[in-house]
Design a protein around this ligand. Structure first.
Ligand code: FBP
Length: 263
């Protein structure tokens, strides 16, 4: 198995995934703040920034747009996903096979959502087992969107819950765990420890101001987190390249939020 640090989606041990699966997960409403982003090419253009190590998209977007970007962007194919129209207990349909993602679409990495704590967790974990083993056969890394949620869960950002989410990624064989930021560097450190050798990255979340966002990323890196998987906090900005410049400084150069904004 190729070490994760040798994967094209890793730069100096760190990862910055630009996610654009929101059209499926949330609907077109997420593109309204910057209407040009309704065109996936606009976001792929942003994904050519050096700070971005991979773009996470669903199969349909990959098929239609990635061929124009394969020289400049690494593809992280999201294998499952659900629309916001689904009103049942959290679940995520498997929309793409590993073989199709790697062999037909040229994926450099794979992504899979697990809703731990959902009544559908058992089926989702079984689906993940197949995807993870297929990923190993192709020697491509697997990123788990590890998002506990569902009937039994009161607070999906509780530090213990986030640490459990990070640990689930290790136990089930992911290479990278994408978790919600649990509120402080200390809490993040517990999640990082729980994940062992798995790289823990924080989820971007809804758009906040530059300083608040960069401060969280700084806290994540200080806690041993390995980067970020972000969507709205980048492409809902009028100048997404500016925030990527700042993220590059914080994630790869260890700059503080203040230093990154002063540059
Ligand atoms: P954001 O940085 O915009 O939160 O995107 C990260 C992400 O995980 C996307 O891949 C996904 O579409 C979205 O968040 C799901 O968010 P949630 O399930 O919390 O609504």
């Amino acid at each position: 198995m190729r070490p994760i640090d040798d994967s094209p989606i890793v730069r100096d041990g760190k990862v910055l995934i630009l996610a654009m699966d929101h059209g499926l997960e949330h609907g077109p409403v997420d593109f309204e703040p910057v209407p040009e982003t309704i065109d996936p090419s606009t976001v792929f253009d942003v994904g050519t920034h050096d700070a971005v190590t991979a773009m996470a998209v669903q199969k349909g977007v990959a098929e239609a747009y990635y061929p124009s970007y394969e020289d400049d962007v690494n593809l992280l194919m999201k294998l499952n996903g659900t629309s916001n129209l689904w009103m049942g207990e959290p679940d995520s349909a498997v929309n793409c096979s590993v073989d199709y993602a790697v062999e037909e679409c040229g994926a450099d990495a794979l992504g899979f959502t697990l809703y731990g704590g959902s009544n559908n967790e058992i089926e989702m974990a079984e689906e993940f087992r197949k995807a993870q083993e297929d990923a190993r056969k192709h020697d491509v890394p697997m990123v788990m969107w590890s998002y506990p949620r569902g009937q039994g869960l009161k607070n999906d950002r509780d530090p213990e819950t986030i640490a459990y989410a990070a640990r689930q990624a290790l136990e089930l064989g992911a290479d990278v765990a994408k978790v919600k930021y649990p509120g402080s560097p200390e809490n993040m450190e517990w999640a990082v420890d729980a994940a062992g050798k798995v790289k823990v990255v924080m989820s971007g979340g809804s758009k906040t101001d530059d300083y608040a966002f960069l401060k969280q990323v700084e806290g994540c890196i200080a806690a041993g987190g390995k980067g970020l998987a972000v969507g709205r906090n980048v492409w809902q900005r009028e100048n997404p390249r500016e925030i990527l410049d700042a993220l590059e400084a914080v994630i790869y150069e260890g700059a503080s939020a203040e230093e990154a904004l002063d540059r």
